[in-house]
Write a protein that binds this ligand. Structure first.
Ligand code: MG
Length: 153
């Protein structure tokens, strides 16, 4: 068995769409990014690449390559699954965001991850927390995600 960890942080900008795990979350701010900015998927991609020791998201999908511009993160995830051949046992994640409250969307995000990873929803954990008003996350300037994945490759 092998374990991988990944994290990602994006600035939040008014007028951008907030996408988490492929789910659009109603919000006045969304991730500023070269791609669609799905910070949760980016963290999961890095965890998969970490578990298989195949580099990181920046080496696999460089932002200097125009073909990656505005690409759906779910598409990048699909390519990562093919590239790593990862057989996932379970996935645990944390999203750090001041607002909106994510509780009403957690199961929707888990369902989306289940579909996109072909993994039973009972093996997928998504936790959300605020930063208690502290730092750039607490001030609503940024969103961060962390993922840990266990694979049996
Ligand atoms: Mg990112």
């Amino acid at each position: 068995m092998r374990v991988g960890i990944g994290n990602d942080i994006h600035r939040l900008k008014e007028g951008r769409t907030l996408v988490l795990g492929g789910v659009i979350i109603p919000s006045d701010k969304g991730e500023e990014a070269f791609s669609d900015g799905d910070v949760l998927i980016h963290a999961i991609i890095d965890a998969l690449l970490g578990a298989t020791a195949k580099g990181d998201i920046g080496s696999l999908f460089p932002d200097t390559d125009d073909k990656n511009k505005g690409r759906s993160s779910l598409e990048l995830l699909k390519e990562t699954l093919q590239h790593t051949g990862a057989r996932i046992i379970n996935l645990d994640t944390i999203i750090e965001l001041e607002k909106p409250k994510l509780r009403p969307y957690i199961d929707k995000i888990r369902e989306s991850l289940s579909d996109n990873l072909s993994l039973d929803i009972d093996r997928i954990s998504v936790k959300a927390k605020t930063a208690e008003g502290l730092g750039p996350i607490g001030e609503g300037l940024a969103i961060k995600a962390t993922a840990v994945v266990l694979i049996d490759n």
